[in-house]
Design a binder for this molecule. Sequence first.
Ligand SMILES: *[C@@H]1O[C@H](CO)[C@@H](O)[C@H](O)[C@H]1NC(C)=O
Ligand SMILES: *[C@@H]1O[C@H](CO)[C@@H](O)[C@H](O)[C@H]1NC(C)=O
Ligand SMILES: [Cu+2]
Length: 163
Amino acid sequence: MSSSHSTIIFIATLIVLATSVFAKEYIVGDESGWTLDIDYQAWAKDKVFIVGDTLVFNYISSAHNVIKVNGTGFQQCIGSSSNGTLTSGRDVIPLQTPGRKWYICGFGKHCELRKMKLVITVLPQTMVPAPSPVTTSTSSKLVVPTVCGFVVALFGSVLLLLV
Ligand SMILES: *[C@@H]1O[C@H](CO)[C@@H](O)[C@H](O)[C@H]1NC(C)=O
Ligand SMILES: *[C@@H]1O[C@H](CO)[C@@H](O)[C@H](O)[C@H]1NC(C)=O
Ligand SMILES: [Cu+2]
């Protein structure tokens, strides 16, 4: 094996460790949670969301909720009534499909005036045939996330080139 080959594997492995060995759980707003006047676009900006990750919305259920909307609903702060509204105060949302996802708060004018809106882009989990549990640890299973991480690395490089 040439040294450049092992360097590539090494770098890919590092990226895997940084991104996708395990599905990640993102607490929206981190310790602030889902509340008024947090810049959720700034929160999301440096994060990479991949299919299999989860979003957690922590909030006071009497003061806020979480409505999954489409792009139009996001722009106009309009959520469809009740159906699709999460109200538990700790809503865990698995990101099951790639693409853009939009979430708003349906209380008062929290979306329009208090920044309670979040849009993220979920990347596909390329080359992984089926989601595997977090507890995989044998060497054969590690190959899959390595390949996946390498694809993520390539994808990232392409994005950098496009900027
Ligand atoms: C967005 O959602 C609203 C209501 O939830 C619906 O009426 C509208 O057709 C949707 N728009 C698109 C482009 O899917
Ligand atoms: C949401 O709507 C679907 C059909 O459109 C219905 O089957 C389901 O019961 C509704 N869920 C809630 C919580 O209202
Ligand atoms: Cu709110």
